[in-house]
Structures are given as C-alpha cells and as structure tokens.
Design a binder for this molecule. Sequence first.
Ligand SMILES: C[S@@+](CC[C@H](N)C(=O)[O-])C[C@H]1O[C@@H](n2cnc3c(N)ncnc32)[C@H](O)[C@@H]1O
Length: 289
Amino acid sequence: MLSISVKEFLVWKKNQLSKGGDQQSFAVLLDCLGGVSTCDLNLLNINPEGDLNLKKSLDFLESVWEEHLLKSHPIQYLCGIAFWRNLKLKVTEKVLIPRPETELVVDIVSKIFDNKSQKLFFAELGTGSGAISIALALEYPLSDGIATDIDQDALEVASENYINASKQSNLRFYCGHWWNPLESFKGKLDLVISNPPYIPKHTYEKLPKEVKNFEPKIALLGGEDGLKHISEIIQKAPLFLKEKGWLILENHYDQGEKVKKLLLKNNFTSIEIMNDLSGIGRFTIGRYK
Ligand SMILES: C[S@@+](CC[C@H](N)C(=O)[O-])C[C@H]1O[C@@H](n2cnc3c(N)ncnc32)[C@H](O)[C@@H]1O
C-alpha cells in the first residue's frame, strides 16, 4: 500500500480526467487497480483531509489511463474487471465486455418466472464472461443451469467468475457450437437465453476502435445480415425447449421485427419485442407453443 495525501490525490484525479475519458471508466481504474471504490471517492470529496492508501502508485495508474486514452484500449480489459449488475467479473480479451443493456435480460426472466424458488432448468448459449448465467443461477438458487460457448478460453473465464460469485453448484459449463453441447437435454429446458453475435458484416467493419480492435470478433459478427446465428438458434430451439418453454434473444437495434418473423415461422407464440432503457427493441422473446 502507498500512502498519499487526499488533496494531492484529488488534484491528480482532476488532472487525469482533463486529458479525456469518462468518469465511469476512471472509477473502474481507481476501484480495480487503485483500491479506491466509488464510495471511498465520495467520502474523500466530502472530507479531503488526511491520507489515502493506494494499491498502486499514481504513476502506474496514470500509465494505464493513458494507454486507455491513446489506444482506445477498454479500461475493463486493462483492469481485467467489468462491473455488471451486482457482479464484479473477470474479463480477458477472449470475452466480450458485458454491456449494461444486457442487464435487462435478467429482469425479463424475473417477470416471466416470478417465483424465485422455482426449479428452472435453463441454458445460455454463448455465455462469454458468464454474466447472464451467473446472475440467473444466483437469482434462482434452486435452478439448474447450463452455460455454453464455442470458446474454451471464454468458458474458463466464466467458470472462474461463477466460483468467485457463488458458493452453489447449480451452473455447469459446456463447450460447443450452439445447441450441440445440449444433445442430451432435448425437450427438457424451461428457458433458453442467448445474446449471440448479431452485428452485420458491413456494420462490424465500421465499429469503433475500442470494440473492433479489442473485443473478440467471434462474439460480435453475425454474418452478412447479422442474423446467421440468431436464425440457427431459433430453428433448433423447438427440439430443446419443453412445451411452453421460453426463448429470450438479444438482437441488434433494428432486428426485432425480423427475429419476430423467424420465431413465428418456427411455431413460437407469445412473441414480444422488448425495449432496452434507450427505447430500442433490444430483446425478442417467444414461447414454444
Ligand atoms: C455477444 S457475445 C455474448 C457474451 C455474453 N453472453 C454477454 O451477454 O456478455 C456472444 C458469445 O457467443 C459465443 N459464440 C460465438 N459463436 C458461437 C457458436 N457458434 N456457438 C456457441 N457460442 C458461440 C462467443 O464466443 C461469445 O462469447
């Protein structure tokens, strides 16, 4: 631990933020590498007297901040941590940084299955850091969940996150292409969630540097029209869902109507396009018959 005066620290902080970047990213840096939480910061602003203990030197923190600003390197990857809902998750460049809009998936599930003591059998296809599955496994402690991904490295990050977040053992991790790891669970799932890669090719090429240069292409690119993976997931879903089981998909801002048509074509009912907090039709949900 390094001790410095709070006043010196606050001047340094103002100086760093004047170089660019946003408060939220800076808070992640201070919390994850400096050991100063947002709550600590608020207290320091109210009472800037005395000294403060830091886990890393100001020079080190400054060098990380500059790397973030100069190379558009996401702060979550530089710190190895992302905050999502109430979880603190490990992230590496093998997993997508879980997005705030995706947090709503858990609320959608809670609306559908309002009894938290329910013994749900759920699967998540393409779990990445494990965010969605871990949140659901914690929210429904009696449930049994399977989180899959094509990338074994991503699954290792996800299972480490699960071990850190939970003392339970109601979530398993399987590697493979979409439904393949679930062959032995045909007709048994109450709920399947997926936030698959859905970015159309032409949009992918124009993504901001911080996304295109650092986040895994396999987590983002959804083929020519963005719907390659979503279509495959929907087509095979009836084989794996229980009768009246739910499929919840995240999609690109303008794909809701197309996803709805795919669900209709595959005999889903109760189809709904649900908005994220910006009013964008971000999720399309349906029930198998
Ligand atoms: C958009 S990311 C979502 C990650 C995480 N669920 C989230 O919401 O933050 C899509 C995930 O799907 C995985 N994926 C891509 N292609 C896949 C495939 N063919 N089969 C299974 N998973 C796949 C990627 O490795 C990635 O982790």
